[in-house]
Design a protein around this ligand. Sequence first.
Ligand code: GLN
Length: 533
Amino acid sequence: METKYIFVTGGVVSSLGKGIISSSLARLLLSRGYSVTIQKFDPYINIDPGTLNPYEHGECYVTVDGHEADLDLGHYERFTDIHTTRANNVTTGRIYQSVIDKERRGDYLGKTVQIIPHITDEIKRNVKSLGNTGKFDFVITEIGGTVGDIESTPFLEAVRQLKWELGKNALSIHLTYVPYLKAAKELKTKPTQHSVKQLQAIGIQPDILILRTEKDIPPAMRRKVAQFCNVAPEAVIQSVDASTIYKVPQLMHEQALDNLVLSLTGTESIGEPDHAAWNEYLRKLDAAKETVKIALVGKYVELQDAYKSISESLMHSATYCDRRLELTYVNSEKLSPSDVEEKLSGMNGVIIAPGFGQRGIEGKFTALKWCREHDMPTFGICLGMQCMVIEYARNVLGLEDANSTEMNPSTRHNVIDLMEEQKSVSNLGGTMRLGAYECRLRPGSIPAAAYGRETVSERHRHRFEFNGEYRSRFEEAGLECVGENPDTGLVEIVQAPALTWFVGTQYHPEYQSTVLHPNPLFMSFMKAAIANS
Ligand code: GLN
């Protein structure tokens, strides 16, 4: 079939969950047998979010091909089980960079380079390049930001042009907010009407409206919205707050969003959706009564989007183990030997979070020492794994000033150090060790048992590495290097076999855990945590 393009825009306020709606629609289309991909346009000038801190942008997600991406791509993968790539997340910066490169090459020789048509053409090229791969029946493109923002205007102009060019093969879904005014005891649709007017002024007539709301919107009110906004009454859909984002596909299906998309794009239905596996996950999520208590030790405690993929991975594995996840964020900046016992002793398992820089690092060592001495199931991820190595070096190997050269460039025991190829790097953007790498597992180790395979592929995002010169000293002292890169010999996983579950991965397993396929290492950690209750 010809590729269909679906554009998802948002109005009234940000954070309405365009990513969740896009992911849910993709889930529904996939479960009916279509091939789907989701793409996000971010209207900021950064080339990618790799140099933004989590306060600005939440977690930075990493794709298999090593692109540092918006956290919505994590939702896309968790909902769809389909790998995203660099082509699935494009910023204004990338669009301009590419146009400027072309201008310097002389591709526009003689012409004035302008937002229309050059920037909009480049945006359109990025949308269509996914469809042109021939791999997808549907390309869902989410436009970041809110209608009316100056920054997103060129993207909306490109959508207007594409809708015109593609006719029935393009569809516009607009997500808005219907606030409930407590004092008046009323839901209000006026902001939605204004937002649609704004979209229409740009030249885009939405085909489907999705109204985000805390309370049910009565049918008469939806008909009124339809009438004011030139949309069919059945194309006004509500998205009521759900207890979990993973229920949104079902809520959309109940209102026939998938049918609507098929009929509006003239797509032949190829059968009813199969939701069995998805619904089984939801059933387990609702049925779980007993809790499992996990602590996540990191510095961004007040900002839970910073560890989005980790908390979702924990949720997936807890659910498949029939437990309700009780996740406590422990501030590594405030953790000290005097209160570590109080904060961690009631836990079933501890995660030591990834991160950058010195802030909060001492608390991670304190947590790790306590966990090691109390045989607490402990999972160190990236910087968490590096801290595991440093703490072990200091307190077991007796190398008192052991450190990472990230924290102390002149340490005498650089057990974590910059890789040779990183030493000459001067640009910080997009130059870390990024994306999927193979890892060979030592037979008999916890990871080998967890994955049930000899070699796995997981995603990385870091500059520093375990220093191979210290390898045999760690092995002899009981911290074994049980995962290594088959090409370079770099140490990717450490484990203390004398302890029940004490594992650190240089890679980020959380980038590869989905609702239908929870990450095996998180499953293994979760089982150990449950056994520790
Ligand atoms: N700061 C560490 C490094 O660059 C770890 C990065 C991370 O945890 N993602 O190697």
